[in-house]
Design a protein around this ligand. Structure first.
Ligand SMILES: Nc1ncnc2c1ncn2[C@@H]1O[C@H](COP(=O)(O)OP(=O)(O)O)[C@@H](O)[C@H]1O
Ligand SMILES: [Mg+2]
Length: 268
């Protein structure tokens, strides 16, 4: 009889321990879900703040340093009109100074436009992508084949900015990591979605497709940022090995009430 009582006691203890454990697991799961939600809110906010900050710095560069360079350029031109009064060395220095000012203006303009492409708001995505790709090809010596439909039309501001940043980040990655001498960028639109593809023909991702599934490789800020932007817009991002190279594909849904491509193109 003592045996039975002892066993019953042990069973009760085991049950109690089991219940406590289950309660803890539930608490932890809820805690983890809260933490994840907090992180998502934070990363969304971070991307937004980064965009606003880039825009602010772009405007600041243009309005302050940019305007000062314009003033300096005009002043140097005034001196240039009196260059005959200068010594040969002075006249030479003046010309060098003018060239430097012009170079700086150009540089500043490029930096400011990369931070926030004005074409994106004014002329829309195709113009902005074309401008970016041309400059990229020029700076990186990577030949880029561009495939943009003539009737892409306008998307929402957030979608256009996301696509522009994805193209920018992917091409920068191709330049920095792939070793490829060519790349392809294409944008295609259907009634319900936009598909953006950026491909290179280089050495491929270090761990193949593992990068998005949170495998052993920790994705960098660039890939995580792209994934987050796409997620916020209800789409999905894939990074696939291609033989050779890598393909980044972003699918973004288009709202049912968005103007169809052809109408949007007519309106432009
Ligand atoms: N096109 C590519 N080809 C080869 N490897 C790439 C490519 N794009 C990204 N990677 C790899 O994925 C990693 C993460 O990229 P990313 O998140 O943009 O971070 P970062 O560019 O700052 O290193 C890179 O460090 C690189 O190893
Ligand atoms: Mg990167």
């Amino acid at each position: 009889a003592a045996d039975i009582t002892e066993r019953k006691l042990a069973e009760a203890e085991l049950r109690a321990a089991h219940e406590t454990l289950e309660m803890r697991v539930r608490e932890r799961t809820a805690e983890a879900a809260r933490a994840e939600k907090g992180l998502r809110t934070l990363s969304a906010r971070l991307l937004q703040v980064q965009d606003e900050e880039r825009r602010r710095i772009a405007r600041e560069l243009h309005d302050s340093a940019g305007q000062m360079l314009v003033a300096l350029d005009l002043d140097l031109y005034t001196v240039l009109h009196e260059a005959s009064l200068l010594s040969p060395a002075g006249a030479e220095a003046l010309e060098r100074g003018l060239a430097t000012v012009q170079e700086m203006s150009k540089e500043l303009r490029t930096i400011s436009h990369l931070l926030h492409p004005p074409l994106l708001d004014e002329a829309g995505l195709p113009s902005a992508i074309r401008w970016y790709v041309e400059g990229f090809a020029d700076r990186s010596k990577i030949e880029v084949k561009l495939n943009l439909p003539a009737d892409l039309g306008r998307l929402s501001h957030d979608q256009e900015l996301a696509i522009f940043r994805i193209v920018q980040e992917s091409l920068t990655n191709i330049h920095r990591h792939s070793g490829s001498s060519t790349a392809e960028v294409s944008v295609a639109r259907s009634d319900t979605s936009v598909k953006v593809e950026i491909r290179d023909f280089g050495r491929g991702m270090p761990n193949g497709a593992d990068i998005l599934s949170g495998g052993s490789l920790r994705p960098g800020v660039g890939v995580q940022g792209m994934r987050e932007r796409v997620r916020q817009l209800g789409g999905r991002l894939e990074i696939r090995p291609a033989d050779p190279g890598t393909i980044v594909v972003a699918h973004l849904p288009i709202a049912a009430d968005a103007p169809p491509a052809s109408k949007a193109a007519e309106a432009n």
